[in-house]
Ligand binder design. Structure first.
Ligand code: PMT
Length: 425
């Protein structure tokens, strides 16, 4: 019998904990629960106590409970501490090392592995503060499961933020209790903790080189004018940052953008498609190449050496266009030094998925991330994206998410793909 200490956070997903307790007890585990003040707005200590068949601890200053067990002992006796749902507030307090209520005091006092199952609104999950807190907790040895992508409790909201399902939680808890958990799953899960000792395990993309293209290209007409498009680089840069968070060495080849370089990433700034191709070739070999740049399909055959002059009464200049090299196709179809996984984007305004499927085949790409870039979608330059992942096995329609979330989910898929292909070798 193992002792699981379940800290139930104050979120709508708290109700799932009743089922979680039941499933853990069915497997013979002893489950002791701690509830915060906020949790009691969602489920009652009475129902949690009845299902766990144990008194529920709610108050740091409850003399009876302290006499009976004491929060330090409760923290020490657990084989595993599970925080579910781990709300944004609870994660923030954990990251800061607060100990002003029973839940945080126990978390600070425990030497057991801590598994957090975040659940919150997608905007809160993708907020810089939450990301910072998750990174800190990962560094501190906390393990994470989820959150998953899907519908939220708030009507019409979807994205990354749903708490992991009970079955997933039970499976992960069993693995942790068995001491078999080597790698993390979900969005963060970087560290491995044994029962008494915490050691930093490699991040899922550690040792991998990920190459990303991002932003538009500028194709000169003359020294002062150019052909461009509306790409801001937000999606590509988010992908580079997500790959870095998972431990990859990342090379980002960026067209001209107004956003800062992601931290910890090697960035090469280029202007034209031909410069981008050259920089991509120079950055190879890579394990994964992700082409999110909006590369101009054409360039002006002979850009003016000096500024093209407007002469009174003269006809406007005729621009002769020639095709630019297709960087994605060049890399995907190369024999030597082809990355193991080549991912293109497809920017479409109609029949998005069908066109993307065609591009996947014609360019020889493994996966295509298709997005609707019609004016109404607001994807070019915007903060959000709704993509379809097109692979050889079919099409997945992902919900509307922030570009950071799209990047996180995509890189999680990349990590899983590489891990599977490594296992099958
Ligand atoms: O930058 P944001 O404002 O955040 O917007 C994000 C985005 C809309 C630019 C991004 O999500 C996206 O869709 N990027 C791909 C844009 C594009 O050029 O799509 P395409 O369907 O024209 O090209 C297909 C693929 O071939 C792309 O991976 C592209 O990078 C690549 N390509 C295209 C032409 C070319 N000459 N070389 C290429 O490598």
């Amino acid at each position: 019998m193992k002792r699981v200490l379940l800290i139930i956070g104050g979120g709508i997903a708290a109700y799932k904990c009743l089922d979680l307790i039941r499933r853990l007890r069915e497997r013979g585990h002893h489950v002791r629960c701690v509830m915060t003040k906020a949790t009691q707005e969602f489920v009652t200590p009475l129902s949690v106590g009845a299902i766990s068949n144990e008194p529920v601890a709610t108050d740091l200053f409850d003399l009876d409970a302290e006499r009976e067990i004491g929060h330090i002992r409760m923290a020490r006796e657990a084989d595993l501490v599970v925080v579910a749902p781990a709300t944004a507030d609870l994660l923030a307090r954990m990251a800061q090392g607060h100990a002003n209520d029973l839940a945080t005091a126990v978390l600070l006092a425990t030497r057991a592995t801590v598994l957090a199952a975040p659940a919150m609104n997608p905007a809160m999950w993708s907020h810089a503060a939450t990301r910072r807190n998750v990174r800190q907790l990962e560094t501190d040895g906390v393990k994470f499961i989820g959150p998953n992508t899907g519908e939220m409790a708030e009507a019409g909201e979807a994205g990354v933020g749903r708490m992991a399902e009970v079955a997933e939680l039970v499976e992960r808890i069993e693995t942790l209790l068995a001491g078999d958990d080597e790698t993390g799953r979900g969005l963060g899960f970087i560290t491995v903790s044994s029962k008494r000792e915490r050691a930093v395990a490699p991040l899922p993309l550690a040792g991998r080189h990920v190459l990303v293209t991002s932003g538009p290209t500028h194709e000169p007409i003359d020294p002062v004018r150019y052909i461009a498009n509306r790409s801001s680089g937000k999606q590509g840069h988010a992908i580079a940052a997500a790959a870095r968070r998972l431990g990859a060495r990342v090379t980002l080849i960026s067209g001209p953008v107004q956003i800062p370089d992601p931290e910890g990433v090697e960035v090469r700034h280029v202007e034209t498609a031909r410069e981008m191709l050259e920089a991509v070739e120079a950055a190879l070999p890579a394990d994964v190449a992700i082409f999110a740049a909006a590369v101009a399909d054409w360039r002006v055959a002979t850009p003016g050496r000096g500024k093209l002059k407007k002469a009174a009464g003269a006809a406007p200049p005729q621009l002769e266009l020639v095709e630019n090299p297709d960087i994605l196709r060049t890399v995907a179809k190369r024999g030597a030094r082809r990355p193991e996984l080549v991912i293109g984007f497809a920017a479409e305004t109609q029949t998005v998925v069908e066109n993307a499927q065609g591009k996947r085949k014609s360019k020889g790409v493994d996966w295509i991330v298709a997005n609707d870039v019609s004016e109404e979608s607001g994807v070019f330059g915007g903060e959000r994206n709704r993509v379809h992942l097109v692979t050889a096995s079919g099409v997945e329609d992902w919900p509307d998410m922030s570009k950071d979330e799209v990047a996180d989910v995509l890189l999680r898929r990349v990590s899983a793909y590489l891990a599977e292909s490594r296992e099958s070798v």
